[in-house]
Design a protein around this ligand. Structure first.
Ligand code: FPP
Length: 256
């Protein structure tokens, strides 16, 4: 097995702040709204597509860092249900980057025990993307390491509408009865069924909104924002986010 995922001791040498993070309280599920690729490119007078390309490099580094740190789930908002409104060339370049990423990274991710999962309605994605995503999932689903959730054609409202429709069908077919509807049951109808809710949502680039991401799941998530554009987001920024997260008091509506 190739050792691209450093162990935590090695990470600790890389950056002082790692010495201050509590390795027994690493968030189980980190979700990231990858933002600022366009601005990163604009600042450099480059086409937007090159901003997304640089963003893929960050994905690579952050996936490795999360696996090193023992994060169980990493959900990346890669393409929203609203992103179809973007110019056709930009949508095409994002789809191309996705296929390239899966082809190029598959072996290393698989060697390092990562499950390459996706959430969202991928049936609207080009056939080649669907094939790569399904192959990547089928070939890694028995791994036991980090679950990498790529959110593609994903929208929180869309996910909830889909859950309503599926539940309605099950009610009609008498697979469900009204009295069994509760939070746990609704979660079973979401793309994230069986996964813990995100402990922390990270949004770089200075924006402070949720943009239709994990609407049901983030009821008690901690939010962490920074002004760094996604292509400039480094492992140290992830560690800072975890450090800040560990300093927060999570009360889930209770009192301490
Ligand atoms: C937001 O930045 C970013 C996106 C909508 C796409 C994110 C996708 C990638 C990083 C690469 C493709 C995905 C994979 C999984 C390989 P923006 O374009 O909205 O930035 P801006 O707000 O500065 O314009």
């Amino acid at each position: 097995m190739r050792n691209f995922f450093l162990n935590s001791k090695k990470v600790a040498k890389d950056n002082d702040i790692v010495n201050d993070i509590d390795m027994s309280n690493i968030p189980k599920h980190i979700a990231i709204i990858m933002d600022g690729n366009g601005r990163w490119a604009k600042e450099r007078k480059l086409p937007r597509a090159l901003g997304h390309k640089a963003g893929v490099e960050t994905i690579r580094n952050i996936v490795k860092a999360c696996n090193n740190l023992g994060v169980h789930y990493l959900t990346l908002y890669a393409f929203s249900t609203e992103n179809w409104k973007r110019p056709k060339e930009e949508v095409n370049s994002l789809m191309k980057l996705l296929v390239e990423y899966l082809k190029k990274e598959f072996e290393e991710l698989n060697d390092n025990n990562v499950i390459i999962n996706h959430i969202g309605d991928i049936s609207k994605l080009p056939d080649v993307c669907q094939k790569e995503l399904n192959d990547a999932y089928n070939n890694t689903k028995n791994n036991t390491g980090l679950v990498l959730n790529l959110a593609l054609n994903y929208g929180g409202r869309d996910e909830i509408i889909k859950a309503f429709k599926d539940m309605y069908e099950d009610l009609q077919n008498r697979k469900l009865n009204k009295d069994s509807i509760n939070s746990e049951l609704i979660e079973k109808y979401l793309y994230t069924a069986g996964m813990p809710d995100p402990d922390i949502i990270i949004r770089p680039s200075g924006e402070q909104r949720l943009s239709n991401f994990l609407l049901w799941q983030c009821a008690y998530s901690e939010f962490w924002y920074s002004n760094i554009n996604w292509p400039d987001f480094k492992k140290e920024d992830l560690i800072r986010a975890i450090y800040d997260y560990q300093k927060r008091e999570r009360r889930f509506g209770d009192v301490k």
